[in-house]
Design a protein around this ligand. Structure first.
Ligand code: HEM
Length: 428
């Protein structure tokens, strides 16, 4: 039996916060192992990286999610009582509710709504000297996500709701005031969403039948009861918040187009297959979600290592997407690699691994991909712009990591002649 390598420091929380994306893979390289043990927030934690570790992590007979996420993340990013902390039958039943929203028609509708918002913004940006893209995308996506989810949003509400929803993912991983702001935003966003659920149930608000607000408000839990308004609110926000968070990937689409101009030419030609490979490479190459947490249900042995019961486990998402055993020259940005990928659900895991319906893998993966393709389409074919001098270096210690300048555009123009119809959404 081999001993799981132990990190030397008493607690590694500060080291993790300082380099959240490379903390696990750097140490695994140092220990020449796919796993090591450390303490995070004083709790013993086994950190793992790579496709074999990912396959193990998604074995539900060995790992559970309930109680695995630190409270600070529950009180901000995730909310309390949502699908992320459920296990077994209760999880599969709730997950089905999310998957029922991810139909080709549903996703196509969201892409249409987002495209209309992009068009409105491009016209506005054309009258501005400079545009900081990241905050602009927050408002654009909040409008599109709410319209899609059946959540009414008056013009006067757009700004405060955008700030609240954004704080849930943009400030959750911070400490100090930004973290407190995220906690306050969670309380406000939950009470806004709970009110919408109650309005739908009492007949004061009619949400379209297949919209997220309608589906969540009338969803019956495993036991047959309606969700409490508080839990329904968390699940409704579980649709709106991550849709707005696609703004992070959209910024990386812009960043990749700027730093790899040869890619832009290929996208301008309108090759749909290449566009798919491009956004997959953006999701592989750039950092977003560093890791996911679970805990062992029971003691077991794996590859000669003994795992104790009740141990917290962190799976390295970013490092697995960069693992040289799967990816040749992982440090190169090369969309073509996705034309020859094996398609394993455990070696490319920017939004989690395993199965969308049965595991905790992100149900919004197809949304993220389609909204990123839409972004690439706008930035290469439907508008022109310049990228003025700015600091585009990525802030690796931030969660989520972003270019320091948040991507500034100038001289924006709408391309009338390239208003081409997007081809229909197709699931791969
Ligand atoms: C912005 C891009 C996105 C990223 C980087 C992302 C990332 C992730 C990750 C890493 C997980 C956890 C996987 C695991 O625990 O194994 C997750 C779960 C989840 N995501 Fe996403 N996500 C994104 C977009 C979306 C969208 C657009 C939606 C919905 C509209 C969504 C809804 C959810 C939900 C509800 C879960 C919990 C699933 C479960 O526990 O079964 N996400 N996401």
């Amino acid at each position: 039996m081999s001993r799981i390598p132990r990190d030397k420091s008493l607690d590694s929380t500060i080291a993790l916060m300082g380099d959240p994306y490379r903390f696990i893979s750097n140490r695994c390289r140092r220990y020449r192992s796919d796993l090591f043990e450390t303490r995070l927030l004083l709790r013993k934690t086994i950190c793992m990286t790579g496709p074999e570790a990912a396959r193990l992590f998604y074995d539900q007979s060995r790992f559970a999610r309930h109680g695995a996420m630190p409270k600070a993340i529950q009180k901000t990013l995730l909310g309390v009582g949502g699908v992320q902390g459920l296990d077994e039958g209760a999880h599969r039943h709730r997950k089905q509710m999310f998957m029922s929203l991810m139909t080709p028609e549903g996703i196509e509708k969201l892409v249409r709504l987002t495209s209309a918002e992009w068009q409105i913004r491009v016209r506005k940006w054309a009258s501005m000297n400079a545009v900081v893209l990241y905050p602009e995308l927050h408002a654009l996506l909040t409008r599109a996500a709410c319209a899609w989810a059946g959540v009414p949003l008056a013009d006067s509400e757009v700004e405060p709701r955008t700030r609240q929803v954004t704080a849930l993912f943009d400030h959750a991983g911070s400490i100090g005031l930004r973290h407190l702001w995220s906690r306050r935003a969670r309380k406000r966003a939950d009470s806004w969403a709970a009110d919408i659920v109650e309005q739908i149930r009492s007949g004061r608000l009619r949400a379209p039948e297949h919209s997220a607000a309608h589906v969540v408000a009338w969803h019956r839990d495993f036991s047959g009861a309606l969700l409490t308004p508080q839990v329904a609110a968390v699940e409704l926000i579980n649709v709106i918040r991550p849709t707005v968070a696609v703004s992070v990937y959209m910024i990386f689409v812009a960043h990749a187009l700027h730093t790899h101009p040869q890619v832009r030419e290929k996208l301008q030609a309108g090759d749909e297959d290449y566009a798919e490979c491009f956004v997959q490479e953006v999701r592989r190459y750039y950092p977003f979600f560093p890791a996911v947490a679970a805990q062992t249900r029971l003691a077991f042995e794996w590859n000669g290592y003994q795992f104790p019961a009740g141990r917290r486990i962190l799976l390295d998402l970013y490092g697995t997407n960069q693992d040289p055993r799967t990816w040749e020259r992982p440090e190169d940005f090369e969309p073509e690699r996705f034309g020859r990928r094996d398609g394993s659900p455990f070696n490319f895991i920017p939004q989690g691994g395993g199965d969308h319906y049965f595991d905790h893998r992100c149900p919004g993966e197809w949304i993220a991909i389609e909204l990123m393709k839409l972004t690439a389409d706008f930035l290469t074919r439907r508008m022109s712009y310049e990228v003025p001098g700015q600091d585009l270096r990525i802030e690796w210690s931030r969660l989520p990591a972003l270019p320091r300048s948040r991507f500034v555009l100038s001289n924006v123009r709408e391309c009338q002649e390239l208003h081409l119809q997007r081809t229909r959404w197709r699931r791969r």
